[in-house]
Design a protein around this ligand. Structure first.
Ligand code: HEC
Ligand code: HEC
Ligand code: HEC
Length: 425
């Protein structure tokens, strides 16, 4: 008798964690994984705050928007939301009272989440997240953006929520990657350019604008497709290198920096190997041809190394490199595997836009610590030690050193990135 009633309770989903998702995995565990894919934590948890209690201020062109409390607290959080209410907020940006969310919440991407994933996510948030009764700060934008109904027109014009459509020309694995990238992963929210009303110019791989490079706090976010014209880019990376970058925050060619560090730390670093491979396989389909960028010949690399080794008649940029960078990245620009990334051939060094390189020199960077790669490798920032002109000389040197082949950098470009550093949240 007892056994039977427990079983039926479990079947009706009343015992937390006991219900099974359609594919047989534990529903709450599956929901926790979907929350990782969707990186809900990144915005809905303030630094040092309780998980999912909201409060993170997100700077936008409209003003500061606060992420809300999505714990199951009935008053401060979403405890009163039915699954249908939750699904509508998540995929359409519409709350139970009919008001509209600002697109700082990436619902146009989440519109692509499957019913099964939304179901699991709901179970996870309601059953496994601790309720927090502190309300998140209220978003108060200036007129006319404080008129939430106005977002209805935004939705009609730009954010029209479209469900996921698998591409019949792709393999099952590539379509799984497409589902993650376009949907939960909302990779386009940073990697796709935005239009006049902050809308992403495309929400799926059918459009050439999709993942062709975006902009974030003065950092030109690299394109994830060969025709995105971002210099070296990832078009030349193997599937395994892309998977490593996303799963460990580092690979033989690069180490993650800027806002992407948090994405790896909280989201992609927790993806299963199968999903990492699927994402990498899908990204490869966007770059059927390698990027138009070609490295200079090896003889150029040897010439730079010889010049730095001899250390005579150095340009200002080369001298700054020896003084401040060479100890870790070495005179041959090859760094040390898995510790100091190579600067010779690096995509951040050769990107069309030097903002990522300038940002790294000014602010430094540190690798995320994830299960697959727990060590944190730190690069100090040089904002206090170098002026705009020096950073420009150094960056220009790097973009022409070894096999690197990219344009020179001006002090004005450095000044702009420096100004943006103070504004970043
Ligand atoms: C890039 C930042 C960002 C990410 C990532 C994000 N959200 Fe949000 N979310 C927001 C912001 C900002 C709001 C409030 C928007 C507003 O006030 O109009 C919000 C609002 C919501 C709401 C409405 C709650 C309410 O009653 O106000 C729900 C539900 C929600 N998010 C769930 C999620 C889930 C689940 C995920 C992960 C799959 C997620 N969000 C990921 C930024 C984000
Ligand atoms: C103490 C060692 C150290 C010094 C000194 C150092 N770096 Fe780094 N650098 C690192 C580490 C570690 C990383 C990886 C951190 C990350 O990007 O997550 C890194 C990353 C980078 C990256 C990003 C590489 C990529 O693949 O995205 C660039 C560019 C860079 N450094 C340039 C420089 C320059 C230019 C200097 C001199 C001004 C310098 N570094 C000085 C250790 C150092
Ligand atoms: C919050 C903004 C943001 C989101 C969301 C985001 N990225 Fe990024 N991504 C960046 C930034 C900024 C960089 C540049 C980092 C650097 O150069 O060190 C980057 C770099 C990358 C790179 C390396 C590109 C290169 O040329 O070096 C890959 C690959 C990548 N992202 C994949 C993804 C995938 C896949 C997703 C979705 C699961 C994603 N990103 C979501 C901001 C973001």
């Amino acid at each position: 008798m007892l056994k039977l009633s427990l079983l039926s309770l479990a079947a009706s989903g009343l015992i937390a964690g006991a219900a099974l998702a359609q594919d047989g995995t534990d529903l709450v565990q599956k929901g926790a994984y979907v929350a990782r894919l969707g990186d809900c934590m990144a915005c809905h948890t303030a630094p040092g705050g309780k998980p999912y209690a909201g409060g993170l201020p997100i700077k936008s062109d409209l003003g500061t928007i606060y992420a809300t409390n999505i714990t199951p607290d009935p008053d401060a959080g979403i405890g009163k939301y039915s699954e249908a209410d939750f699904a509508r907020a998540l995929r359409k940006g519409v709350l139970p009272d009919g008001s509209h969310l600002y697109p700082a919440m990436p619902y146009p991407s989440y519109a692509k989440l499957s019913d099964a994933d939304v179901h699991a996510l709901y179970a996870y948030l309601m059953q496994a997240v601790a309720p927090v009764s502190t309300p998140a700060p209220e978003t108060r934008l200036g007129f006319p953006f404080n008129q939430r109904w106005g977002m209805m027109f935004w939705n009609t014009a730009f954010g029209d929520a479209v469900g996921f459509a698998p591409d019949p020309d792709l393999t099952a694995e590539e379509n799984r990657g497409k589902y993650i990238v376009e949907g939960a992963g909302h990779c386009g929210s940073c990697h796709t350019p935005r239009g006049i009303a902050m809308q992403e110019k495309a929400y799926d791989g059918d459009s050439a604008a999709y993942l062709s490079g975006g902009e974030l706090n003065g950092w030109d976010v690299p394109a994830l497709r060969a025709d995105g014209s971002s210099g070296a880019g990832i078009a030349g990376w193997s599937t395994a290198e892309i998977a490593d970058y996303l799963g460990k925050g580092r690979n033989d060619r690069a180490a993650v920096g800027g806002e992407m560090t948090a994405v790896v730390q909280h989201s992609t670093g927790h993806m299963s190997n199968a999903d990492l491979n699927a994402v990498a396989a899908y990204l490869k389909t966007l770059s059927p041809a390698p990027a138009p960028w070609t490295p200079k010949p090896d003889s150029a690399a040897r010439a730079t190394t010889a010049k730095l080794t001899a250390a005579t008649d150095l340009s200002t940029g080369a001298r700054l490199y020896i003084d401040s960078c060479g100890a870790c990245h070495f005179v041959n620009g090859k760094g040390a595997k898995d510790i100091f990334p190579q600067l010779d051939g690096a995509s951040v060094v050769n990107a069309d836009s030097p903002t990522g390189l300038i940002h790294t020199i000014l602010a430094g960077a540190q690798t995320p610590s994830v299960e697959r790669a727990p060590s944190v490798n730190l690069m100090p920032g040089f904002a206090a030690r170098m002026d705009d002109k020096e950073v420009a000389e150094l960056a220009s040197f790097l973009r022409g050193a070894w096999t690197n082949d990219a344009g020179a950098v001006t002090a004005d470009q450095v000044a702009k990135v420096r100004a943006g550093l103070d504004k970043a949240p």
